[in-house]
Design a protein around this ligand. Sequence first.
Ligand code: KG4
Ligand code: ZN
Length: 356
Amino acid sequence: MSHDITVLGLESSCDDTAAAVVRGREILSSVVADQTALHAAYGGVVPEIAARAHAEKLDLCVERALAEAGMSFSKIDAIAVTAGPGLIGGVLSGVMMAKGLSAATGKPLIGVNHLAGHALTPRLTDGLDYPYLILLVSGGHCQFLRVEGPTTFSRLGSTIDDAPGEAFDKTARLLGLPQPGGPSVEQHARSGDELRFVFPRPLLDRPGCDLSFSGLKTALLRQRDQLIADQGGLHTQDVDDLCAGFQAAIRDVLIEKSKRALNASEGLSGFAVAGGVAANTELRAALETLSAKHGIPFVAPPLALCTDNAAMIAYAGAEKFTVEGADDLTLTARPRWPLDRAAPAALGSGKKGAKA
Ligand code: KG4
Ligand code: ZN
């Protein structure tokens, strides 16, 4: 197959600097340098700090990815790089690095949409056929995409404010739990009663697949403050019950909207999920049950390929190359780059950069 070319991928759109070498569906190396420690003191990703760290780490990641794959540049067929959407400084660091490498080695340059990287991952990991439905659910994204080809996507719905991962992180902060919030909230939710507190199910009363999560943290803040006013503080059971109620609201909204997205799509080969929130056991199980009810396979790639990485960029680059060929050195960084050109721009811009 023509996409069995060997591609070096670069990713630097948010807070992970990554490089990988992929041949066909084989990941020869995948290096990720995360910046969690650099941003820990600020409660979110600081774009300037992120951009500088990417510029410092990209060449080291490339060297390591090539070494781990046992390759030199002579064996690489093309260089793929995330050209957006994301934090402009980071995307620019990656694009400039890739252009430099392409100019120096003469290898073709491929600009990849970060979301296409996530959206094509089920093909890399499980060989899923087109068309399929994917739910991207992370700290920066939340959208339903019908994936029809390497560069053909239709967006069925997306968040109009926060991404679910952001909501988990804010909830953890409000309850004094460690970051990242998702795993901490999930752990407390295990011993909690999801019915003790009432949480809204935003946008379920409106048709369609758009989602909203910002109201949940307001609801949580109100319940927390009421408990503190009534009893002078929070007991462990209160924290567990708040986490369980919050997590159940996210799960219910995502499941109901997934149901609608599945009903609106015909001829799907499967339903896939990607993004850090896909690590949530309860959500994963509910999505799996829903897929089974619809009689289609459920694909949840391993977590290291659900979260930001460069293997997905290399793979998506290879697929794009086969249908559209290479970009030239006029390739630019696009902080906003919607996958579905026909869909209206989504509102909101999370802590991890612009949503497309
Ligand atoms: O995809 P990701 O690694 O980074 C980007 O957003 O780009 O996702 C990180 C997000 C964080 O907000 C984190 O709290 C959330 O995924 N997360 C979880 C879980 N593990 C990570 N959310 C819910 N449950 C989890 N087990
Ligand atoms: Zn991402």
